[in-house]
Design a protein. Structure first.
Length: 130
């Protein structure tokens, strides 16, 4: 059993949350194609998946968010959901449900934030709608 979430913290101009690393490419750890456009996305493109509460039934699909950390900012496109309500199945690459405060980001986002490669995986950030 894993904890699941139906909501996420409110979004303000500087929502403090946690960024994780994800590959949105075919065969990547993101599983199937992105929920917003049924496409795969290059690791070199700044794209993200948001926890279910923020994804809000696709209401942020293909919109951009501004992510800030490490003294830098990057704008990324929302292409997928980091499912906080379900997991541990083929559709979710057998991963547990996401926490309710996750921005799951491509390698391009990590590079733009200037995070050293050996520190990729998890980082406190702020984000807002762009």
């Amino acid at each position: 059993m894993y904890t699941t979430y139906k909501c996420s913290p409110s979004v303000s101009t500087h929502t403090k949350e946690f960024i994780t690393l994800n590959s949105f490419q075919e065969g990547g750890d993101g599983g199937g194609p992105s929920a917003c456009d049924n496409q795969y996305h290059s690791d070199d493109t700044p794209v993200v998946a948001l926890s279910s509460g923020w994804f809000n039934n696709k209401s942020r699909c293909l919109n951009k968010i501004k992510i800030s950390a490490n003294g830098r900012s990057v704008v990324a496109k929302v292409v997928d959901e980091c499912d906080s309500r379900a997991g541990c199945d083929k559709e979710h690459d057998y991963q547990p449900p996401c926490n309710n405060n996750i921005v799951d980001a491509s390698k391009a986002v990590w590079k733009a934030l200037g995070v050293p490669h050996d520190q990729w995986g998890g980082l406190d950030i702020t984000w807002s709608d762009a």
